[in-house]
Design a protein around this ligand. Structure first.
Ligand SMILES: Cc1ncc(COP(=O)(O)O)c(C=O)c1O
Length: 410
């Protein structure tokens, strides 16, 4: 203790605590912090019971936890300590996952790709962030849907590119008229426009492809929930229609599996691979290897496809329950886009203001964000209702409650 400076020896007196330490030791105790894992069961229950109608949430209760856990431990046993170290030159992801994803994307979404073009990212958000920084350099212009996905906008706002809003109609983002100056990037959600839910018809998709070729732009196609199309097969993605190689296809496991997995991906045209890898490496080298391996196995064994099919069926029933109840309760909303997705954009048809309705509902335990929240310049008036995370019984009760609250506002 003397050596470490806690005590001092005073000649002919003895050993004493060094001055200042006593005061320090009796200073106020550090503030109490809440242990993050204080009551795991309680926290988990809270997380599972999403407020109706929180948007874009898969129902994690449908997830086959047992088979995921078995696959996870089988991977760990098979590969052992080889999975525990840094994996040099795996910035774009584990080759096994790149291969199983390439197969899935080719077969289910019609994407033209080789495994080596697929970059595995920490959620699709990281793909959007890296792409925004790769393409949105100083002096460039980038086009974003208006209304649009707020986190895509945030990614671009953190770059020096000039943001140009693109209006949206019933067929999705509208192609700007006439000849145009060069554009760096165009962010689009053609399968299901976020937040309106519009599906872009093939003719409009081809116009965008032609526009991108003319302006030398890269299109970022965010295909976040296209697996959930009810009654019809998913539409071919924009990337599959493009002969010029100007489309970067971005997808996520957050909706088809579960968001906390934080695995997304981008299918990169050849000339962007090196630049993307360099930026990705500067962010976090590579993602969690064990999860990537588990996912690769999950796809290969077919568990992935079985789960997607099960969710599609459950979500179709929930959407039906939602629309039937909304009609029965005579809620003052029009729902123009109902062919799929995880959310329904309801446009107010009684002249009420969406912020006011949202606030009143939120006070009473209903979370349906106002559509105006997603706008840059667009004027929208409605609410977005997520229906996938709730059972039909919760949906019916929730909508009856919505009707009661809105009647009090009239
Ligand atoms: C339009 C859109 N893109 C992407 C995502 C998925 O993001 P991530 O993969 O980062 O979870 C979401 C999630 O809500 C979304 O709404």
């Amino acid at each position: 203790l003397v050596g470490e400076g806690y005590l001092e020896a005073r000649p002919r007196s003895g050993l004493f605590v060094v001055e200042g330490l006593v005061k320090h030791a009796t200073a106020a105790p550090p503030p109490k912090t809440t242990a993050p894992f204080e009551a795991p069961a309680k926290r988990a229950a809270k997380l599972l019971s999403e407020l109706p109608f929180r948007h874009s949430r898969p129902d994690v209760r449908l997830f086959p936890l047992q088979s995921w856990a078995r696959t996870h431990s089988r991977c760990l046993r098979a590969h052992g300590r080889a999975l525990l170290s840094y994996l040099p030159s795996r910035t774009l992801g584990l080759p096994l996952l790149q291969e199983s994803l390439a197969r899935y994307l080719r077969e289910s979404r019609g994407v033209h790709c080789r495994a080596s073009q697929i970059a595995i990212t920490t959620g699709s958000q990281q793909a959007l962030y890296v792409l925004a920084h790769l393409l949105g350099t100083a002096g460039t212009r980038s086009l974003l849907e208006d209304p649009g996905y707020g986190l895509a906008r945030r990614a671009f706002e953190s770059t020096p590119t000039e943001l140009v809003p693109v209006p949206v109609d019933l067929q999705g983002a509208v192609v700007p008229p006439g000849a145009s100056a060069p554009v760096a990037a165009i962010y689009l959600t053609p399968s299901r426009q976020f937040p309106t839910g519009a599906s872009m018809p093939v003719a409009r998709r081809l116009q965008w492809i032609e526009y991108a070729a003319r302006t030398n732009a890269w299109i970022i196609e965010d295909d976040y929930d296209s697996e959930f199309r009810y009654g019809h097969a998913p539409l071919p993605c924009l990337q599959s229609l493009d002969k010029n190689g100007r489309v970067i296809y971005v997808g996520t496991m957050s909706k088809v599996l579960f968001p906390a997995l934080r695995i997304g991906y981008a299918v990169l045209p050849e000339e962007l691979i090196a630049g993307f890898a360099a930026l990705r490496e500067a962010v976090d080298d590579h993602g969690p290897v064990l999860d990537q391996l588990t996912l690769a196995e999950f796809i290969t064994t077919g568990d992935f496809y079985r789960h997607v099919k099960r969710c599609r069926k459950a979500y179709a029933e929930r959407q039906k329950a939602f629309l039937e109840t909304a009609a029965r309760e005579q809620l003052p909303f029009d729902f123009p886009h109902t062919d799929g997705g995880m959310n329904l954009a309801g446009f107010l048809n009684n002249g009420m203001d969406d912020q006011v309705v949202h606030e009143a509902l939120f006070q009473r335990g209903i979370d349906a964000p106002p559509l105006s929240r997603y706008s840059m310049q667009a004027r929208l008036n409605g609410l977005m209702f997520g229906f996938t995370a709730h059972t039909p019984a919760v949906i019916r009760a929730g909508l009856r409650h919505v009707g009661e609250v809105i009647r009090t506002l009239a």
